[in-house]
Write a protein that binds this ligand. Sequence first.
Ligand SMILES: [Zn+2]
Length: 201
Amino acid sequence: MSSVIDITHYLDDRGFPVFVGSAGRLSRFFGKIVAAASLLPVEGTILSAVPCRRRPGHKLCEGSIHIYRRYDGVIEWTCPECDDEGFIYNWEATYWDKSRYYDSNLGCDAIALIVTREEYDALAGIETLSEESEAILHAAATVDDGVEIAAAPGAFDDLAGHIAFEANHEANECSELLLGKVCERIEVLLEFNEIAQGFYD
Ligand SMILES: [Zn+2]
């Protein structure tokens, strides 16, 4: 099934995403695709961390959405597992356009961390993230052994701060442990990066 949509149809009068009912579900799905695409260079592609929305035979499709940001601005997306696909127009300068974070977060000095799908979902579920940290998560890629988050060291440092804050305020012990472990790994990654930088300076 192919869908062609104008993303502004999923925003309310003030430009915020609609979040109730089936329109809300679609708004979240298409919005994540737009955010990921907006953080790609023009003509860029990514196997994103956006999970497929389809339920063939009442079972959730396990595919991740592949995204292509076309030269003319149109976003093409497809699920490699079930072949669901679509086109998204008119997303520039909307709520979901996160391209302003591209340079500061995802520049050439970016370093990468691979987390499990469960860890990624826990990070994406943190409500106190900064917009910069949200953008890093939107730009994540699905890889063989999980989800790859890539960002500049400063942006990772910021993300670690938000995770630590959330872990300290987490009532659920499992989530607290999981977030704490991700935080530790980011700190190790940043330390290694600093040592490597010192090596080259
Ligand atoms: Zn699918």
